[in-house]
Design a protein. Structure first.
Length: 345
């Protein structure tokens, strides 16, 4: 399988985030990608650096004022006397942005950043440009006939809305991949297996009938993102019935997870998509520091084999999965399972 990777991801170097009222080291570190890339290459997958696709893939799913904010926020923030090293919002407008748009970068940070887990530093924008290229090229490889391609993106994207960052995410790479695949395929499905609900992806496609969004995740009643990801969120307007959330009890392990996945894949098959985007969160692992679900390394292989058995052209987009001794093994297990599933007659 082709692994699309860009070393620009290292430019994003968040130092801290605020969780439970405390400033803590940010777990979204560059070493995550080092572990994943090494594991993929050791398993025999070829890594490549993508060409430049420009801003077009991001502009297809994000607003222009949001992209402008992301590009210039770090530089503008540093003009503030006594400002922190990274952009972190200190105002949360609770929907009041509908009455106007602030000129101040402080106000814009409140408008475009849902929480304190997505600081913007001097290298964040360059890293995001690398993500655009990785995602677009992985999608292009699949459009050109590859059965699957893996966009090894960092930072992740599935919590990013069309105009708002959140949860370590800035640009929604899964949405970018799905939108690009729509150039060739009439219907596309995004299947999110990250431990957290893909609220940004859901919002981007919530009123559309050409993209089915499916997410299996720890129940948000007591888990991030809290306000999205419940089973009664089914889509709106033309998109009614084109969103499926499968919230799972904390600690759900392989057997129950795979049973839920089988039900979700039945819905995917009924939608009859021409291509699939998998938001590949490896943070459902039993040893992940976020401790939401309890999948084993073997469970990732079984999950991937079921997904591969759909025999759909598939773009994998890296989402969560934080440093643990098993992170690379979990990726290798998933990739092997997907190829095994796709190869079955």
């Amino acid at each position: 399988m082709q692994v699309v990777h860009n070393p620009e991801h290292r430019r994003h170097d968040p130092r801290h985030f605020v969780v439970n009222g405390r400033v803590q080291p940010n777990p979204e570190v560059a070493a995550r990608v080092d572990a994943l890339l090494s594991a993929a290459q050791e398993a025999g997958h070829e890594a490549m650096t993508p060409p430049d696709y420009g801003l077009g893939p991001a502009a297809a799913v994000h607003t222009p004022e949001y992209l402008q904010f992301l590009e210039h926020a770090a530089e503008r923030w540093q003009r503030i006397e006594g400002a922190s090293e990274e952009v972190v919002p200190n105002i949360h407008p609770q929907g009041r942005w509908r009455t106007g748009y602030p000129a101040s970068v402080v106000g814009q940070a409140g408008r475009h950043m849902a929480d304190t887990a997505c600081p913007i530093g001097a290298g964040t924008w360059r890293a995001l440009l690398g993500n655009i290229n990785c995602t677009a090229h992985a999608a292009q490889l699949v459009m050109d006939g590859a059965p699957a391609a893996y966009a090894l993106c960092r930072p992740g994207g599935h919590h990013a809305f069309a105009d708002m960052a959140g949860g370590f995410c800035y640009l929604n790479d899964s949405a970018m991949a799905a939108q690009r695949l729509r150039r060739r395929f009439r219907r596309v499905c995004v299947l999110d297996v990250d431990v957290h609900h893909g609220n940004g992806t859901q919002a981007i496609f919530y009123r559309r009938r050409d993209v089915l969004t499916v997410s299996l995740h720890a129940d948000p009643v007591r888990f991030y993102p809290f306000f999205w990801g419940h089973a009664d969120e089914r889509g709106e307007g033309e998109g009614t019935g084109c969103n499926l959330n499968v919230p799972l009890p904390r600690g759900t392990a392989d057997a129950d997870y795979l049973a839920a996945l089988d039900r979700a894949l039945t819905r995917v098959s009924a939608f009859a998509p021409g291509a699939l985007v998998v938001t590949l969160g490896l943070d459902a692992y039993e040893g992940d520091q976020l401790k939401g679900l309890s999948l084993t390394t073997e469970g990732f292989a079984a999950m991937a084999a079921r997904i591969g058995a759909l025999r759909l052209p598939t773009v994998l987009v890296q989402a969560g999965g934080y440093l643990s001794e098993a992170l690379g093994r979990n990726l290798a297990s998933f990739l092997a399972g997907l190829e095994r599933g796709q190869a079955r007659p």
